[in-house]
Structures are given as structure tokens and as C-alpha cells.
Design a protein around this ligand. Structure first.
Ligand SMILES: Nc1ncnc2c1ncn2[C@@H]1O[C@H](COP(=O)(O)OP(=O)(O)OP(=O)(O)O)[C@@H](O)[C@H]1O
Ligand SMILES: [Mg+2]
Length: 462
């Protein structure tokens, strides 16, 4: 081993078993991609030992400068698949925004910028995160300092670009994570407008490289691809759609029995951390209140909450300060919390994409987890349809669930990665949003076992 490797500050190794979703590689190493030493240092210090299948496929192609449209399963390392080429290709000495990474939610923007910072820790590249719900003035001040990589949500990025506060005129890399969501009706027009601020090419091809990633790609992506991508290299690692490590169950219940059923699940399951999805913000708040009354610890989050509360909930849930999180589809995509071993659809989702992304919040990076769906009479056809569409089996829930399907063998051997008092990076919150949450849903129950964190991969302090 060469000297620099001996000097690395490596996290504890994650010894939990993993599935072929991440193990089935060609055997490449990060070194074989000819990356800068400083970038390799960041990658190894994040705890990455070797590339996952999507990283093996996409990193070399992205380094060659090709446009990419890539599809790979949830939790298999898509973020590093675009962040590593961005970090390798940008020039720290050029004081311009050279890469834009767009994501659909503010929480995902914070998480992604943290991945950029961790992997790029030794490179001297500056990353800025910009989203709605934060003070524009702070963004303006920040933009006076060097920014090489801008991570953000579309509305705020368009705002900054069209007011000429952020100059994208020399931005050579355009990344969209959750690309199908970014091209849905909600965002598509904004994305088209943002791209008008990018350098324009006079010859064939674009003056910038585009990297599009998601686990789901409905047809909506096709028209964007034809219009904006140049000879895109297409990667599809979804020979099957659901994760090998996640076992899916359903429980048939009447609507009014759902809470009782959840209570039973809480008492029977060995939950390390859980995410519980509802289909409306009202139901999120109501359920969080009920769970707290049942004396289980719980937070909630949805898009109608003030940003300060959303950030606090997200940050503290990631730290493992609270066991259960009730949320809307705000946190369905991209959110990466390795300690989550149980996902519960308190309300069954309407479509297969949402279902897939929701259950993919557990079983991260090839680990094990379970998804439990509470199904009422009107959901039954939808359950059947989603099962068919995804080619997967959702089984009736048994009286006892085998712990080996979702519980880490020896939780105490799992090191604690988080510094609990670390405050998340990001912008300050606009004054009118600095109200305290009316109810934060947190209620630690006496005698409840502490949450067991898992070894940190990319976010050692977040
Ligand atoms: N090569 C690697 N070795 C070890 N861990 C890794 C590696 N690459 C990524 N990870 C870890 O795997 C987890 C999932 O990665 P990531 O969030 O990028 O998945 P994703 O494919 O974007 O999932 P989703 O579709 O849900 O957004 C993260 O905790 C990340 O740190
Ligand atoms: Mg992702």
C-alpha cells in the first residue's frame, strides 16, 4: 500500500451483509479510473472501498465527456456516480460555476451537497447549496465568494440565473438527479429555461455535458433526451426493478383499523429506524399525533411546514435522535438514511414509481430491510397493478417476521458515526419562516431501546 493510503482517516468498516445489487461488479477499483489522488482520498475516507455496478458503468463514460442517461436501483450509489466525475473534471483555479446539480427537494439538495463536500474534501472546490425557503440575500452574499459547484432545486436556481446573480455561462456540466421527476410537468418548463443560461454551442453537440440519473424513467424523459442530449450513452441496470434486500408485505385492514395495526407493528417489529408514508399532509400530522399519543417517539415532515422545521426534522432523524418519521412524498426520493430498516406505507401510494422510491428508503447499498403496506378495500386493485408493473411479489404479512430479513445481527458492534451536535450546513432561513414548529412530534418513550446507527458511508458528520 502506498504511503498516502496509510495516512487516510478511514471510518469503521460496515460489516453488514450485502446483496448482489451492489456486489455484482466487474471488479474495477476506484484507482483504475485514473482519478486525482485528492479525490481518491475523499472517496476512501467516505468508507467506499470499491465502485458499485452503476459507478463502474457510468464513471469512465462520464470522464470521457459523453452525455449519460442512467438508470439503476435505489440506494446503489447513483450520487457518487455523477459527483465523482464532476469533482474530477472541474478546475479549482477557475473561479466560475462549472457544474450545476439539480434535485427535486430541498432535503435532497442538502444531502447531495454534503456528499460533494465529503468526496471532494481534499480538492479545494467550493460547493454552494441553494433552494427555495431560504434567504435570497444570503445566496447573493455567498455568490460573491467562489462557487465551483451549485447544488439546488430548480425554482431558486432559475431565480438566481435570471436575475444574473448566478452566472451559468461557463457551466460545463449539467446534472439532474431523479431526472424523471425533474422532467415531470411540475419542473420541465423551469429546466428548459435554466438551460438557456448555459453556454450555447455553435457546432454539433452541446457546449456542456449532461448527466441524468434515476431509478425510474417513464416516457416523459424521451422528449427531453431528443431535444437536449447529444448522443447520450444509455445505462440501464434494472433487469429487475425491486431491491433484492427488501422483503415486501401487505396487511389487509379497514381504514379505521390502521392505527391499531401500526401499534401492533411497533410492538412486534425490531425497528432500528422507520419511515412511515401517508398520502396527504393532513394525514401526516394526524398520524404523527396519534403515534406520539401511543408513546412512541416520532417526527413528521411535509412540504407545507416551515423550512427551518423541515431541516431540523431531517437532520435529527438522520442523526438517529428519533426512531420513527412520518412523512409525505416529500421524502420519497433520494433520501439516504442507512439506519432505516423498516418502511411502512400507512397509505398505499397511487403509482408504481412512488411505491418503488418509497420502499427504496430502506435496504440502502444492498443491505436488508422490510416494507409493509397497509391495504384497505379500495387499494386492492392498485396493489395488484403495482405488483404486476414491478414484477414483484408483495406477500401477506406473517404472524412473525424472520429477523434475519431486516435486523442487523449485533447492533452493538455497529460504530456510531454521528457527532450529535453538528448542525447541518446550508443557508439560513428567511425570517418569516423562523417560527418554531407547532408540534415536532417527538416523544421518547421510557424503556425504548436507543437507535443503533450504522457505519457512515458518505456523510460522517451530517
Ligand atoms: N462504492 C460505495 N461503497 C460503499 N458505499 C457506497 C458506495 N457508493 C455509495 N455508497 C453508499 O450507498 C448509499 C446509497 O447511495 P446513493 O444515495 O447514492 O444511492 P442512489 O442510487 O442515489 O439511491 P436513490 O435511487 O434512492 O436515490 C449511501 O449511503 C452511499 O454513501
Ligand atoms: Mg439518489
Amino acid at each position: 500500500m502506498s504511503d498516502w493510503k496509510n495516512d487516510l482517516n478511514l471510518p469503521a468498516r460496515d460489516l453488514r451483509p450485502q446483496t448482489d445489487d451492489v456486489l455484482n461488479t466487474k471488479g474495477n477499483t476506484f484507482e483504475s479510473f485514473q482519478l486525482k489522488r485528492e479525490l481518491l482520498m475523499g472517496i476512501f475516507e467516505a468508507g467506499f472501498e470499491k465502485p458499485s455496478p452503476i459507478q463502474e458503468e457510468s464513471i469512465p463514460v462520464a470522464l470521457m465527456g459523453r452525455d449519460i442517461l442512467a438508470r439503476a436501483k435505489n440506494g446503489t450509489g447513483k450520487t457518487a456516480s455523477f459527483v465523482i466525475p464532476v469533482l474530477e473534471k472541474l478546475k479549482p483555479k477557475v473561479n466560475k460555476i462549472q457544474a450545476l446539480i439539480l434535485v427535486p427537494t430541498r432535503e435532497l439538495a442538502l444531502q447531495t451537497s454534503q456528499v460533494v463536500k465529503t468526496l471532494g474534501a481534499h480538492l479545494g472546490l467550493q460547493v454552494m447549496v441553494t433552494t427555495g425557503g431560504t434567504s435570497l440575500r444570503d445566496d447573493i452574499l455567498r455568490l460573491n465568494e467562489p462557487v465551483h459547484i451549485l447544488v439546488g432545486t430548480p425554482g431558486r436556481v432559475l431565480d438566481l440565473a435570471s436575475r444574473q446573480l448566478a452566472n451559468l455561462g461557463e457551466c460545463s456540466m449539467f446534472v439532474m438527479d431523479e431526472a424523471d421527476k425533474m422532467l415531470s410537468r411540475e419542473f420541465r418548463r423551469i429546466i428548459d429555461q435554466i438551460l438557456k443560461f448555459f453556454p450555447q454551442s455553435s457546432g454539433p453537440g452541446n457546449a456542456y455535458q449532461s448527466l441524468l440519473f434515476s431509478a425510474t424513467f417513464p416516457l416523459s424523459v424521451k422528449s427531453f433526451m431528443d431535444e437536449h442530449l447529444y448522443k447520450p450513452y444509455e445505462i440501464n441496470l434494472m433487469d429487475e426493478l425491486t431491491l433484492k434486500g427488501i422483503t415486501q408485505y401487505y396487511a389487509f385492514v379497514e381504514e379505521k383499523q390502521k392505527l391499531h395495526c401500526l401499534n401492533t407493528l411497533f410492538s412486534k417489529l425490531q425497528i432500528n429506524q422507520s419511515i412511515i408514508f401517508c398520502n396527504s399532509t393532513n394525514r401526516v400530522e394526524l398520524l404523527a399525533k396519534k403515534i406520539t399519543e401511543l408513546d412512541y417517539s416520532c417526527y413528521y415532515s411535509h412540504a407545507k411546514m416551515p423550512q427551518a422545521s423541515r431541516n431540523k426534522v431531517f437532520h435529527e432523524f438522520r442523526q438517529g435522535k428519533v426512531r420513527n418519521l412520518v412523512c409525505s412524498d416529500l421524502l420519497t426520493r433520494g433520501i439516504d438514511i442507512q439506519a432505516v430498516n423498516v418502511v411502512i406505507n400507512f397509505d398505499f401510494p397511487k403509482n408504481a414509481e412512488t411505491y418503488l422510491h418509497r420502499i427504496g428508503r430502506s435496504g440502502r447499498f444492498g443491505h436488508f430491510g422490510i416494507a409493509i403496506n397497509l391495504i384497505n378495500w379500495s387499494d386492492r386493485m392498485n396493489l395488484y397493478k403495482i405488483e404486476k408493473e414491478l414484477g414483484t411479489e408483495i406477500q401477506p404479512i406473517p404472524a412473525e417476521i424472520d429477523k434475519s430479513l431486516y435486523v442487523v445481527g449485533e447492533p452493538n458492534s455497529v460504530p456510531r458515526p454521528f457527532k450529535l451536535d453538528h448542525v447541518p450546513e446550508g443557508n439560513t432561513v428567511a425570517p418569516r419562516q423562523q417560527r418554531r414548529p407547532q408540534h415536532n412530534g417527538y416523544h421518547a418513550q421510557n424503556g425504548e431501546q436507543p437507535v443503533q446507527p450504522v457505519p457512515s458511508q458518505v456523510l460522517p458528520e451530517y
